[in-house]
Design a protein around this ligand. Sequence first.
Ligand SMILES: [Zn+2]
Length: 257
Amino acid sequence: MLKRTKGIVLRSTVFGEADLIVTYLTPEYGLLKVFAKSPRKVKSRFGSSLEPLTYSRISFLGKEESALPRLTQSDIIRPFQALREDFRTFLSLSEILELNLSFLAERDPHPEIFMLLLTTLSKIEGTGGNALLYLYYKIKFLQMAGYSPKLDVCGTCGDAMLQNDSAVADRRHAFCLPHGAVVCSRCKREGDASMSLSGGALRFYRSLLQWNSAVVDRISAPESLLSEVGDVIDSHIRYALGPFRVSSRKYLESIPS
Ligand SMILES: [Zn+2]
């Protein structure tokens, strides 16, 4: 049965002599892997539409249960070529693509995650992107995919971490990696892998979660808070992925030239 959808290429992996397996993020099917026959041959009808980040309208053919349907058509809606051509930007974006590939299951639709990626790519292409935009993406992605770190209450006893009393709110907190949560001083155990986090960083994280993506590129945030929250989020992601994590370098090497 022929199906149509729109999708953003997350990865293209060489298969056999001249074929590719292309993984898309789509609104209707979530992660979707398709098989593209001989796209690397000269004059392929797919042209450059199978390169990572390309947003296309696609058709694919396969039985309902087919694990690897065949791509029959791919028409570019937006190439995002500028993002691929700038190495630094592409390296930062490859981390984002990897998040999708690692945390999402095939054929499990999350239209809001698709929209988040599309909006983020458009913003980065329009503005060049900044640390806040990447951090915002990661935080919203983890929230939508159900992997948010717990930073509002103690991960063990459930006590609220940010009190109105500023003396309490301004002290440092411990983010415990195995729990994926902050823990209060009473629950913290010696030897737990943890990172120190300020009350200001907890408040910043909370406001980031509440921001709408339309306003995020109009806000400026202090460098110190960006790096503090960024470090915790990156460590949380690495911890959640564990040994299955693929490094960005390995990811880049997998992209056919
Ligand atoms: Zn506690």
